[in-house]
Ligand binder design. Structure first.
Ligand code: ATP
Ligand code: ATP
Ligand code: MG
Ligand code: MG
Ligand code: MG
Ligand code: MG
Length: 269
């Protein structure tokens, strides 16, 4: 089609290049997963195998895009942190978000079939994800970003755990449970769980309370490099190391654990 008289229509295309020298966070979120989780009868409040599908799909996305240094996810969402110097797709926003949305969707489908061979996905309800990209100019904002998502995970999980306990063990209807929780704060929910059902929320699985962190584990030596001073050959070597670096999984507190961040100085380079 090159050089045809029709080619002028290409000029109508517009690109948004994400601001250079900023951290990029791409967050994907499942479309209509409330319904999706009902259709495929997820365990409530948390279906562990469904979380594994998300985690394995996110890990596959991270393997595919070596610029992703870290990812955090819970429920039907995942946030991917791309390094500051990343030049993937020349930082074109449309390319980035459409590639991440389609990669998480297709990988979710793939790992669903591995985790749930007895529950094939129906064509009428397939997993779809949207994606957005946000740029942040400094690393303190990145830490606050991940703290925000982890607090969200905690608040939702405490609510959902209490709600479903009232329904499944307390014999309430969903409407009654909802009404009971109106206006309650965290300590009230902890108290309901403990005094009425003998459940200590602190003993709930970490993966439910904290979500999942995926880290591309680099080494100190790789982290001391200032990229702007490197030849393209040296850059390629580092790129290769990033690709080969192991991706590890954690369910830890990101908010108060200073060491989690300071022991990984390459995250903020
Ligand atoms: P939207 O399309 O606006 O994102 P949504 O229905 O996906 O709508 P979310 O706010 O993203 O709404 O919430 C996702 C919902 O998916 C949760 O509220 C929960 O009901 C369900 N869900 C996701 N993962 C799990 C899981 N592992 N176990 C149980 N339920 C889950
Ligand atoms: P990019 O990621 O930049 O889009 P690309 O390799 O997908 O790279 P395109 O310009 O999109 O490049 O071209 C798609 C290519 O896929 C075609 O040039 C052709 O080689 C191949 N292709 C796609 N569909 C078919 C098909 N049905 N039969 C044979 N080849 C196909
Ligand atoms: Mg949503
Ligand atoms: Mg959703
Ligand atoms: Mg969600
Ligand atoms: Mg193509």
């Amino acid at each position: 089609m090159a050089n045809s008289r029709f080619e002028y229509v290409k000029q109508f295309e517009r690109e948004h290049h994400l601001l250079p020298d900023t951290y990029i966070v791409i967050r994907v979120d499942g479309k209509g997963f409330h319904k999706f989780s009902e259709e495929y009868k997820f365990d409530k409040p948390n279906d562990l195998r469904a979380l594994q599908v998300m985690n394995r799909a996110a890990q596959a996305v991270m393997s595919q895009f070596s610029d992703v240094l870290m990812a955090y996810g819970d429920s039907d969402e995942y946030s991917f942190l791309l390094r500051k110097q990343c030049s993937l797709y020349e930082r074109r926003e449309m390319k980035l978000i459409t590639m991440f949305a389609s990669s998480i969707s297709t990988n979710y489908y793939y790992y669903w079939n591995e985790e749930f061979p007895e529950k094939p996905l129906k064509q009428s309800r397939l997993p779809n994800f949207d994606a957005r990209a946000v740029t942040y100019p400094n690393f303190s904002l990145i830490r606050d970003y991940f703290s925000w998502r982890q607090v969200d995970c905690h608040i939702n999980n405490l609510y959902n755990t209490t709600f479903w306990t009232l329904v499944s063990k307390g014999g309430m209807t969903p409407k009654e449970a909802e009404n009971k929780l109106i206006g309650t704060v965290a300590s009230d929910k902890n108290e309901i769980l403990f005094s009425q059902f003998g459940i200590n929320y602190n003993n709930e699985p970490e993966i439910f309370k904290k979500g999942t962190i995926l880290m591309r584990e680099m080494t100190q030596e790789e982290s001391e490099v200032n990229e702007s001073e490197l030849s393209s050959r040296q850059k390629q070597r580092i790129e290769k190391k990033r690709k080969k670096a192991e991706i590890k999984t954690y369910h830890e507190d990101l908010i108060t654990n200073e060491n989690f961040w300071t022991s990984r100085p390459w995250l903020s380079l």
